[in-house]
Design a protein around this ligand. Structure first.
Ligand code: GCU
Length: 598
């Protein structure tokens, strides 16, 4: 705890929890590691006046009350723990869905989970898959730290604080704030809560923190590189094994626990048509080991062409939010699989995961199912671009997303923003984000979804120039997309139409010029695709959007709290007629490309 507030009514009480900020640096690869699962029913209640953090800022021992038997804790007149009737909530879950009376609740809420202590010896990292937006953690009354960012994982070494019986308390605050990422306005629903898994991860004292294994660009698809970050001492040996390639390579840990190795091999290249994955093992001499399934592929741009494994590729895409009926953002593996399968049924080889990092399962499933992915951080519309703390927050979200998914062959694009406007602070902000993405991962493309304006000063900082346009819906005629794209083509880079779409209510029928009918949505797509596909430097399209989704921005009688541009309704079942229109276009494109490849 950095400071202690002078009184329980100190307006700046949150200063007390500013540090330590739990960031990507304490993050480790958790896939396949032994762990204690802390999912399930947690004690829960909303705390609209932020009583618990206010009290804990004044009294550092406040959360120790949770260690006491309830009746004893309740004897403390100052204790604000509600008498007896704790609510419960499922973790992972969103309080908006788990407690319908909290549908529109935005604010702090307290989560409490008790668990038995694990055997001593190993180290234990408390790992949270995601909690929207700010999570402040106490273990057995001790403040562990705070995390910012609603869609990425974080963890903290809990070893020093574990006891035979443990009480974990997390205050999750999903308030929209001007200095957050996203900020006050976004066209999606601001679900709150701990909506991805919580685990106590067991690792040996000397362990592998994370790995980055990939094919090196321009190596003729024959040079591979592994970078490993460990907690090991200098000199300890790391071994990489890829049995199917007959690879067994070693390297010694140098300073700061790092080890790297490069080697030659001839892997079958991963692509949507043949999503070939290799079983890989990275092991430390002292015993720690990580196993994973990794695909090797190369993605790059060459002037205005997009090349996958050296061959031109067209991204037959669709955009998708991570939202599931009755679950909000708390995606189960089968939900994500069904979403990706719907994209495959649409004839896609690409999905834009909008507008924030989705569950880790999305990239792991896409690796297996053969889908290319765009991953994005919620630098959306307007942020406080001049505020260095906001840049630090956005950068950390980017870092956590990239560190989590950079071993996934399916991910080809890191996107640093959506529909942001202007030179000045915005340009500095976004260009720094683009540079950070390249520093963390030089093997993928960097992009951002731009507004349909010529000469966006951000274009030189992007590999793939992506534009959202709504000609024929919000403005103009669908055919005008052609002029826009011809104009943008002068940048000499490959173009992606990252959003285009029209609202329609599932089941509403009429003529094509009757707005919001299924027929009008079909007409929109036919006219848009005719224009888009006539511009040769367009290397992909991702219609907005796969499913109708919830958004507080749209409360009129047609939309009723939903964005209805989905190709499938909000039940995630009823396909609108335009689904077939897009599917036919993609089928045609696929056959044409197959024909060209001959
Ligand atoms: C924007 C935005 C989306 C939004 C869409 C729409 O382009 O990026 O988040 O939902 O337009 O207006 O439907």
């Amino acid at each position: 705890m950095t400071t202690r507030s002078a009184s329980p009514f100190d307006p700046d009480y949150r200063e007390a929890f500013r540090e330590p900020l739990l960031t990507a640096d304490s993050l480790i690869d958790v896939h396949g590691r032994p762990h204690i699962d802390l999912d399930g029913l947690w004690r829960f209640h909303i705390d609209p006046y932020d009583v618990h953090r206010r009290r804990a800022a004044f009294d550092p021992h406040y959360f120790e009350l949770l260690m006491k038997p309830e009746e004893e804790a309740l004897r403390d007149p100052g204790a604000d723990f509600p008498a007896g009737a704790w609510q419960t909530i499922k973790v992972p879950g969103c309080w908006n869905e788990e407690h319908p009376e909290l549908l529109y609740y935005e604010g702090p809420a307290l989560y409490v989970r008790e668990f038995d202590g694990p055997p001593t010896g190993p180290r234990y990292f408390l790992h949270v898959g995601a909690a929207n937006y700010e999570a402040t953690l106490w273990l057995n009354g001790t403040f562990l730290g705070r995390h910012e960012g609603g869609f990425t994982p974080f963890c903290v070494d809990a070893t020093p604080h574990l006891q035979p019986r443990n009480v974990l308390a997390i205050v999750v605050d999903n308030r929209r704030e001007a200095d957050r990422v996203p900020a006050l306005w976004c066209d999606w629903f601001n679900y709150g809560g701990v909506f991805r898994s919580v685990r106590l991860i067991e690792v040996p004292p000397s362990h592998i923190k994370r790995t980055f294994l990939r094919l090196l660009r321009g190596s003729g698809f024959r040079r591979l590189r592994l970078d490993v970050e460990t907690s090991a001492l200098e000199g300890e040996v790391v071994t990489l094994s890829v049995a199917a390639l007959g690879v067994r390579e070693r390297a010694a840990v140098v300073k700061r626990g790092m080890a790297s190795l490069e080697f030659t091999a001839e892997p079958s290249l991963w692509s949507p048509e043949s999503p070939h994955l290799y079983e890989v093992e990275v092991a430390l001499e002292s015993g720690d080991r990580l196993e994973d399934s990794v695909g090797f592929r190369e993605v790059r741009v060459q002037e205005d062409r997009l090349l996958l494994n050296g061959e031109p590729v067209f991204l037959r895409g669709v955009c998708a939010h991570e939202e599931f009926p009755g679950r909000g953002r708390a995606a189960r593996q089968e939900d994500t699989r069904r979403m990706l399968q719907a994209a495959l049924d649409l004839g896609c080889n690409f999905v834009r995961l909008a507008h924030y990092p989705h569950h880790e399962n999305a990239a792991r499933l896409a690796d297996k199912m053969g889908l290319l992915l765009w991953e994005e951080v919620p630098v959306y519309w307007h942020l406080a671009f001049a505020d260095p703390a906001v840049l630090a927050d956005a950068r950390n979200q980017l870092r956590e997303m990239i560190l989590r998914d950079r071993n996934r062959a399916s991910v080809i694009v890191w996107a640093v923003g959506n529909e942001t406007l202007g030179p000045g602070e915005r340009l500095t902000f976004l260009s720094e984000m683009a540079a950070s993405a390249r520093e963390l991962d030089p093997s993928r493309l960097v992009s951002a979804a731009l507004l349909p304006l010529p000469n966006d000063p951000l274009t030189p900082h992007l590999d793939l120039v992506s534009v959202n346009e709504y000609f024929g819906w919000y403005y103009g005629q669908a055919e005008q997309v052609q002029d826009l794209l011809k104009n943008l083509a002068s940048c000499g880079k490959p173009l992606l139409v990252s959003e285009f779409g029209a609202d329609c209510a599932a089941g509403l029928h009429g003529s094509a010029d009757e707005i919001r009918t299924e027929e009008s949505q079909c007409d929109f797509y036919r006219r848009q695709f005719a224009g888009i596909l006539s511009v040769p430097t367009v290397v992909g399209t991702s219609p907005w959007v796969l499913y109708d989704f919830r958004t507080p921005l749209r409360q009129n009688k047609y939309q009723r709290g939903y964005n209805r541009k989905g190709l499938i309704g909000d039940d995630h079942k009823s396909r609108k007629m335009a689904f077939e229109v897009v599917r036919e276009v993609y089928e045609g494109l696929r056959d044409r490309l197959r024909g060209d490849a001959g």
